[in-house]
Design a protein around this ligand. Structure first.
Ligand SMILES: [Zn+2]
Length: 215
């Protein structure tokens, strides 16, 4: 593999690296990966899932990480392969989870805001109070907290927010950490009574927390 890593570097920068390369697989979740540089080495850490991905796409991954590491705005065929691969993940992720109430909410929101064009993700009920909703891109899994089960309008609002993550999350070259972009916030504000619903959500969370501490 170290030969491949060297190739990835040379293809991107047009010269050899003075450092040695290594790659390890494990620990990280989903399709996460990162790179670390020391004075003598450049070390890639990839999730287990990457082990099964074709070397061509992995090469693109290494180049994307290298181009971020060195703030080098390069583009290669392999990087394109990588971006296409990541973009395809929600579509190819197995659909194994559903929940009738969440599905009802998904269908309302999909019809009202996405012209019915959004593919249904895995839908799961979450247990937390602090996280009312989450969306995980690689497994196409949307979770909504059980405390919203009795509040269809609030549930739809959170469902909409999480589906916007599905819509916005992946942009080639975008940093992983830009979570709520300006475009995201603009979309989010299209939900009727968004500001009021935010306040209602805060109230509901406070109420649930005080119930917990009372018991
Ligand atoms: Zn969010």
């Amino acid at each position: 593999m170290s030969m491949k890593l060297e190739d990835a570097f040379v293809e991107l920068f047009g010269k050899n690296s003075s450092r040695d390369f290594s790659v390890t697989y494990g620990r990280l979740r989903g399709y996460n990966a990162r790179v670390r540089m020391t004075p003598l080495t450049i070390d890639f850490q990839c999730s287990k899932a990457w082990r099964g991905v074709s070397p061509e796409i992995q090469k693109g991954l290494f180049q994307v990480l290298l181009s971020r590491l060195f703030k080098h705005p390069g583009k290669t065929l392999h990087m394109d392969l990588y971006h296409n691969f990541i973009r395809s993940l929600p579509r190819v992720a197995p659909k194994t989870h559903n929940h009738p109430v969440l599905e009802g909410s998904f269908q309302r929101v999909n019809a009202a805001f996405f012209a019915g064009l959004m593919d249904q993700p895995n839908l799961r009920l979450g247990k937390g109070i602090n996280r009312l909703g989450t969306y995980e891109y690689a497994t196409d899994t949307l979770k909504i907290s059980g405390i919203l089960l009795e509040h269809p309008e609030l549930m739809d609002y959170v469902m909409y927010h999480e589906l916007l993550h599905k819509k916005h999350q992946y942009k080639a070259g975008a940093r992983r950490h830009t979570h709520h972009s300006a475009a995201f916030r603009t979309d989010e504000a299209r939900f009727p009574r968004a500001a009021e619903l935010e306040k209602e959500l805060e109230r509901l969370v406070r109420q649930e927390k005080s119930l917990l501490s009372w018991w």
